[in-house]
Design a protein. Sequence first.
Length: 138
Amino acid sequence: MPFDDASGDRLRAWMGIGRDKFYDASKIAFMPMGFCYPGRLPNGGDAPPRSECAPEWHDQFLALLPQVELILLVGSYAQRRYLGKGSMTAHVQAGARAGGRFLPLPHPSWRTAGWEAKNPWFGEQILPRLKAEVARLT
């Protein structure tokens, strides 16, 4: 089950919803960058998603979901795939201004707490928009 950990708790808090809505497949879909677990890095943490997965599968899956109005690009791998090169912070800032179907977010891991402290605009600008969009759509 994706995000069934502390990072999921943080993501759900950002979205303003509980586990019941978060795991309601009629409202929210998960599409990982890789469709298999890539394993662990020698020094800890997950390895990057396999590079062949997203190009092979994402367009096919999105074509089956034309009604999708909001796509959260969680983390730098998703952002790079859909928004191109650039820093995660730059993508999140640009997404806040752009509106539209994609909303880039940092990965909600424990490491993000420090990033959030350095970037208060995230809590002030992005999270209210995210919560409003999620409330409207669910």
